[in-house]
Design a protein around this ligand. Structure first.
Ligand SMILES: Cc1cc2nc3c(=O)[nH]c(=O)nc-3n(C[C@H](O)[C@H](O)[C@H](O)COP(=O)(O)OP(=O)(O)OC[C@H]3O[C@@H](n4cnc5c(N)ncnc54)[C@H](O)[C@@H]3O)c2cc1C
Length: 474
């Protein structure tokens, strides 16, 4: 990081900020990305980890969004095959269902059509086929299943690789653990007041253009800056997930569960674990400290037990859990979070200030393009909307679908090339280990404490890490 003037500062290092940062960098715009914690440590590592068109948004007639998301999904499946995979999603249909099989078939045809038939084609399976493939699924009233194709991904790692790619350009700079405390203006310069949250050091940088990509933090931050006269735009929606071992919930392919209150829950295998989620509830607490409530955990377990009654799943089967806040943009309606559109919106409280809110992980590349186009033109550069379709130039050292216990050399290489600053950055996002129980499941026999204690002195050269951090990792 150089304390200086930048043409553009992007605040927020989740997937949306990362995408805007990369697009500006690929167009040669001198840009600084500032993130309060680690890159991708908030909403962008707490998604349902699907690259998807959003089949359920067809019911809301959100065809434009589904079309865009399907094309982006299929693009990123090609660009990051080491971080994302196409898989069949099984949607079981029961005889008393609100949506019978013919309706599911029609919806899935429309889904494939909107992908310009780039999706692997949907299928309809008989009850016998479904039972043979998913023997633990309840059979009473089972009519069959629709099968459609979407992607599963490592959300944190895609964000990280988008940022690594931007940093290949000389005009791109990025800082983690740097909180923007406020923004002021002197004449036409924006003064970004920063605080390094690890050292406490405060400093400022200046810039011509500011982009806020703060996800759910948008309203709270912008309300703290009087010159913007900000009116709240978000309808924050908390969503929680559980990780369960494949041994306790044996599944080969993702299942889509429809709940009694007509919501959808995804049950998705990721290697030896199953991801179960999500909920959709209001939340007013600290957005940097979001956890699933007991009620949400019970809700997810109850939906699982309804579909898999033989398995008797309980709290004891949970390996780990996490929650995040969807940064939905408010609409004039009844405030139903499930029905609120996943479209993004761009606001401009000042001519040199852009705020982006809403959207989905899957559509991150196209979300900020109206902003990046305008900024490029302001700096006299022509804009190429396809430049961000080129492949990412730096792969993560450790890949999510090919997990193994990293060697000491790999740990050092991660520290030298992937920018972790704390122990959690290394373990949670660079090694994709969200809990000690998941380490035990994957690393079979390799003691977590001993492994990191053995490597402690080497890691101390790069990271804020202590024996306590290792002991306290749950
Ligand atoms: C439960 C759930 C499931 C989802 N599932 C999917 C899915 O399967 N597929 C999909 O496409 N989408 C999904 N989404 C939506 C998607 O995850 C989000 O739209 C996306 O991750 C939002 O990214 P973001 O960059 O806007 O926000 P964030 O990732 O939250 O990034 C904002 C960043 O701003 C930083 N920040 C805040 N304040 C400051 C400050 N003062 N200074 C500096 N930095 C600051 C934060 O630390 C944070 O890293 C899901 C969302 C949720 C909550």
């Amino acid at each position: 990081m150089k304390p200086q003037h930048y043409k553009t500062v992007v605040i927020g290092g989740g997937i949306v900020g990362a995408g805007i940062f990369r697009d500006l960098a690929l167009h040669g715009v001198d840009t600084l990305l500032i993130e309060k914690k680690d890159f991708s440590s908030q909403t962008s590592e707490r998604s349902s980890k699907m690259l998807h068109g959003g089949i359920r948004y067809l019911e809301n007639l959100d065809f434009a969004l589904v079309f865009e998301a399907l094309h982006e999904k299929n693009l990123w499946l090609k660009l990051t095959p080491h971080l994302a995979q196409e898989v069949p999603f099984y949607l079981p249909v029961f005889k008393d269902a609100k949506r019978p099989l013919w309706m599911i078939r029609l919806g899935m045809f429309l889904y494939d059509f909107l992908s310009s038939f780039e999706n692997s084609p949907h299928q309809i399976k008989s009850a016998q086929d479904v039972h043979a493939l998913i023997p633990d699924l309840k059979t009473s009233g089972l009519a069959g299943a629709g099968v459609y194709y979407d992607g599963i991904m490592d959300d944190a790692k895609i964000t990280l690789e988008v940022i690594y790619d931007a940093l290949k350009e000389n005009c791109a700079h990025a800082m983690t653990y740097t909180e923007v405390t406020t923004v002021t203006k002197v004449h036409d310069k924006n003064i970004i007041h920063c605080k390094n949250v690890l050292t406490g050091k405060v400093f400022t940088v200046t810039c011509d253009q500011v982009v806020y990509a703060l996800g759910p933090f948008t309203d709270r931050f912008l309300n703290s800056i009087p010159m913007y006269n900000w009116q709240n735009v978000l309808l924050p929606s908390k969503g929680s997930h559980l990780w369960i071992s494949n041994k306790d919930l044996p599944l080969k392919y993702p299942i889509v569960i429809t709940t009694n209150d007509d919501r959808v829950i995804f049950v998705i295998p990721h290697g030896d674990q199953i991801l179960v989620g999500t909920t959709e509830v209001a939340f007013n607490g600290d957005y940097f400290d979001v956890k699933p409530s007991e009620a949400e955990i019970d809700y997810l377990l109850s939906a699982l037990n309804d579909y898999f009654p033989k398995l008797g799943l309980s709290h004891n089967h949970i390996l780990s859990s996490f929650a995040g806040i969807r940064p939905l943009v408010k609409e004039n309606g009844d405030g139903n979070r499930g029905k609120t559109s996943r479209e993004h919106k761009i606001f401009q409280p000042m001519s040199d200030t852009y705020v982006i809110a809403g959207g989905k992980y899957t559509t991150f590349r196209v979300m900020g393009q109206d902003i990046t186009r305008e900024i490029c033109h302001k700096f006299g550069r022509s804009y190429n909307q396809d430049i961000s379709k080129q492949i990412l130039r730096q792969r993560s050292v450790l890949l999510p679908f090919d997990w193994k216990v990293p060697t000491k050399e790999e740990l050092i290489r991660i520290c030298e090339t992937e920018g972790p600053q704390t122990f959690l950055d290394l373990v949670v996002r660079r090694l994709s280990i969200p809990s000690r129980k998941i380490w035990e499941l994957r690393a079979a026999g390799v003691d977590f404490n001993q492994y990191f204690m053995t490597n402690l002195n080497d890691l101390k050269k790069y990271l804020v890490i202590s024996e306590e951090d290792i002991k306290n990792f749950i």
